[in-house]
Design a protein around this ligand. Structure first.
Ligand code: FMN
Length: 366
């Protein structure tokens, strides 16, 4: 049986599968359930100091399904904000979860306005609850950017460096920065986070989208009192985008562990993120759609993959396929060289066949 554990920033994860910040970690009760079912770790729903500023709507989800098959979800949109539960309640629940499951990894996702005092306070009070690490949500794409939070910070490398620096100045546990995919070049903010002192990077948060328009009512969805806002796209459809972001971030920030996520629904999906640099893999929408029990499928998939390739530790998988990215011009060069080589071989073969024929002829005529 393969050893699925991995150490990241000095924290030993029993397996690399972590529930991502969102509905799967919305309170202490579900966090404990995820630990019981075998998840290596969990990032709780994002907390802020003042929950009274957070107002969610109903509905706040929308789905893109396979045409004619309403149960097959391709992509998922949410306009959910961060947690609307009181900060003090959260601190009690985090402490309780950690005490009950000391060997499971509990990461707190935190977000605040762009003020040093607020970040220092949220870091100090959250880590005092006993969490193993902090994940700075610099990436929620909807609602919070209106308050200059979330993606509004993550899209600005200078702000990223500053906020990560504030958090690191107060933190005694590892700090991960969760990056937004809603940028042209994901490496700029990732490198800024590393300059700010981030111990790890997490990617991707959701991708801004409009899930669809109702053709009867002509209203875009999800429709709240007839109106909507663009929201965050997640689920199976975003995996290729997540793979590209994780690859680029891993290549641009060597030595900084990356926690990859976006569209993971199976062991095969997770393995691909790992091969492109993720040392842990987070899952949000997959667990919402398939249930927390999907952890068994993920662990089985990783075990068979390691057996098949003879990997003895999860570390050996991380970033294994990164070296196979190059420039397009290099691809063209390689293809030309391969063609030349093939043509050369064909010439050599035909010359050799010719020589044999000549030799045979001479033998016959002699
Ligand atoms: C309904 C919902 C709520 C989410 N809430 C948060 C959140 O509070 N904080 C956060 O950092 N990410 C949040 N996310 C983003 C996920 O953690 C994850 O980055 C994203 O959904 C991509 O992964 P997935 O395809 O596995 O869902 C949320 C995602 C969904 C679908």
């Amino acid at each position: 049986m393969a050893d699925l554990s991995i150490e990241v920033n000095g924290i030993r994860f029993p397996n690399p599968f972590v529930l991502a910040s969102g509905p799967p970690g919305t309170n202490g009760k579900v966090i404990k359930r995820s630990f019981e079912l075998g998840w290596g770790g969990i990032v709780c729903k994002t907390l802020s100091l003042d929950h009274s500023k957070v107002h969610n709507t109903v509905p706040r989800y929308g789905k893109l399904t396979v045409p004619g098959e309403k149960k097959k979800v391709l992509g998922f949109q949410n306009i959910e904000l961060i947690s609307d539960r009181p900060f003090d309640t959260w601190l009690d629940e985090l402490a309780d979860c950690k005490a009950a499951y000391p060997d499971r990894v509990l990461i707190a996702s935190i977000m605040e306005e762009c003020e040093k005092d607020k970040w220092v306070e949220i870091v100090e009070r959250t880590q005092a609850a006993g969490v193993d690490a902090l994940e700075l949500n610099l990436s929620c794409p909807h609602g919070l950017p209106e308050r200059k939070m979330g993606a509004a910070m993550g899209q600005d490398p200078e702000m990223v460096e500053q906020v990560v620096g504030w958090a690191k100045g107060a933190a005694t546990v590892p700090v991960w920065a969760k990056m937004t995919p809603n940028v042209t070049d994901p490496t700029l903010s990732a490198m800024a986070a590393v300059r700010g002192g981030a111990d790890g990077l997490a990617a991707i948060n959701t991708i801004l989208c409009v899930i669809g328009v109702n053709l009867d009512t002509l209203r875009p969805m999800p429709t709240v009192e007839g109106y909507t806002v663009p929201g965050g796209y997640s689920g199976r459809a975003v995996l290729p985008i997540a793979l590209r972001h994780v690859m680029e971030i891993s290549r641009s920030c060597p030595g900084t562990p990356v926690s990859g996520m976006g569209g993971v629904e199976s062991g095969e999906d997770a393995m691909q993120l790992m091969l492109l640099g993720a040392s842990t893999v987070q899952v949000c929408t997959g667990a919402m759609l398939k249930g927390y029990e999907m952890i068994n499928e993920l662990c089985d998939g990783l075990t068979s993959f390691m057996d098949k390739h003879g990997f003895e530790s999860v570390d050996e998988i991380v970033g294994k396929s990164l070296d196979y990215f190059t420039t397009h011009a290099d691809l063209v060069e390689r293809q030309l060289a391969a063609k030349r080589e093939k043509a050369g071989q064909a010439n050599r073969d035909s010359m050799w066949q010719g020589d044999i024929a000549k030799e045979t002829d001479s033998l016959v005529t002699d």
